[in-house]
Design a protein around this ligand. Sequence first.
Ligand code: ADP
Length: 775
Amino acid sequence: MGEQVITIPVVALRGLTVLPGMILHFDVNRQKSVAAVEQAMMGEQKLFLVSQRQPEIVEPELSDLYQVGTIAVVKQLVKLPGKVVRVLVEGLERGELLRLSEEEPALVGEIGSLELDEENLDHLTQEAMLRIVKDKLEEYGGVNPKITKEILPNLMTVGSLSEILDQVSIQLPWDYTIRQTVLESSSLSVKYEVVMHTLLAEMEIYRIKKEFQEKVKADIDQNQKEYVLREQMKVIRQELGEDNPLSDSDEYLKRLEAAKADKEVKEKLKKEIKRFSTMPSGSQEANVLRTYIEILLELPWRKCSKDNDDIKHAETILNEDHYGLEQVKERILEYLAVRALTKKGVSPIICLVGPPGTGKTSIARSVARALNKKYVRISLGGVRDEAEIRGHRKTYVGAMPGRIAEGMRQAGVSNPLMLLDEIDKVSSDYKGDAFSALLEVLDGEQNVKFRDHYVEVPIDLSQVLFIATANTTQTIPGPLLDRMELIEVNSYTENEKLHIAKDYLVGKQLEKNGLKTGQLSFSDKSLEKIIHNYTREAGVRNLERRIGDICRKAARKFLEDEKRSIKITENNLEKYLGKEKITFANANEEDQIGIVRGLAWTSVGGDTLQIEVNVMPGKGKLLLTGQLGDVMKESAQTALSYVRSVCPLYGIDDDYFEKHDLHIHIPEGAVPKDGPSAGITMATAMLSAVTEKPVLAKVAMTGEITLRGRVLPIGGLKEKILAAKMAHIEKVLVPDKNRPDIEELSAEITKGLSIVQVNTMADVLREALVPEDGT
Ligand code: ADP
């Protein structure tokens, strides 16, 4: 067509390039463009469509337009509301904008025709290029599935290079700037390069895009997959009728949320719950973990109950529950006062020491009631293994938390009153030291983070009010004793027992056995008889049991005989309790040689001990029987040495001991005995045996002896004196150095008893041996 130039209306396109062969419609609303379209319609319907370099310019000049555009024919024109015209055009050929003039109201341009440059591309080269384009298109289709379906099949059938380049540029959704570059390509090979370059670039972009998408999708998929699997598992489990661990773990998580635990604990539990949720339900491992999680969730952590700090209230309650025990109550109240003022756990902790049945446990329970605290009792009797206090590691089969952690779980609050019952009965063995675990429990510094092997996370025991009980302090190791404030609870006198029975035990037992107050009553004499003839104990436990026995029998009688009321008296007691059980080791009937009554203190109260000595021909040996401990044996040796040293005063020959053996026996041979306090008793018995002087039957004695015959003080005086009284002893010899203890004894205890304080063996012998003249 050579240098052909035509003058036709021009429409500037924004963000759009029309290529020859393209059929498309677009909306026109700029005044000038609308006018251009209208002008074209009046003529040959031809328009020159050229893109603006910058779409935002409203009144473009020549320089704002690309030079190369497309001559197009208007196929259809629709007027839309708002002066918008929608035109359907078909691109015919490339054209070059040579001049632009404004002929009101439209733009008109002189357009020169623009042929592609001639090239020496032979047929084979063109075919090769065609195939390459098709190959790349196929690849492109692989990464962009949209292309495959709609466009690819059409393109694959194209037979010439020039057409495929045009069709690719038209049909692929490329940006107008790329299309502009294609349009401007001066030759077929340039156009080929532009198209190939774009195809490769697009492909790369798609590949990268796909990679990104896949990565994100993989993340989402994983979550999605887990969710779906879980849901499926749930359904399968429901079908199988197994309980659903998923909902369990959800519930655990909910409970954990509500628990007042520390962050460390919560995190640990969360982890365990998550682990649990992935385990097959019913498996051994899941069950172990379930128990663990449940135990931990049941521990109180920081949950507290509110204390009642009113000391007056506490005093009322203690008095309400217990008769007497003035000193004990006073010390407990002082302790509570300090605790209320300092607002924290007071160390050392209280340890109530005394014989069984004297109300130690029940005082602790009263304290809990007074303070409005939860009460838990931990029985330490027979504990030997550290694991019993501290638990077994979770990995052991059947592992459980230790007694302390278990106690906390029972209490359900972190500030209960915890009774460590019978702390003196703990022993140690090769499996580790139960005592050292207890030390940690009772140490205010360490028990904030008490570690239980099973629980694994620290438990705070600092808010717990510990009270311990023990029968004796002898078996408690020093360091543990150091941490405790000892409060002694002594044996009761018969009179005290009578009061306790009348005011507390009878009422308690009546209620326990479903009887009303008026129905069954006890005369004082009957209670005294129960105390004296049916029980023998330091405390009142058996007394309470006997009263309980009577209540049960009475209850039966009420139902069988329709009786209205029953009164228990001295005379009908035997009907209920049978024959008297206790025949007291009464004082000897007559004064005897070589037999002396000693007084002993045991962890279950006081007792009298009859010491017997026999002399027989021999070689000066000392024979000891009756399960005596080392201290007692040494004490016997000391006594013997003393006796030998004083024998000349009694006219005994010097070689007496070379010709005689001495045998000391302490009856009730099966019961182990120890301690130095039988010293003066053994000495007296030996001397009596050797000198054949009788000892007064109604005398009992206690005291340690030295080589030179001095009498040293002893412990447990109250119990011993009570025992003497029970045995109807009239005179008790007591070391002078025990004077303070003697002064503390109430008149009730000493009534009817002559207590003689002795300093030396001479005093003892003077009081104990039957006077020469027989008076
Ligand atoms: P312990 O713990 O010292 O062995 P307990 O506390 O078990 O003794 O006491 C045994 C029973 O005796 C309990 O029922 C208790 O209430 C009662 N008891 C002990 N001492 C008294 C007392 N002083 N007043 C009222 N009841 C008492």
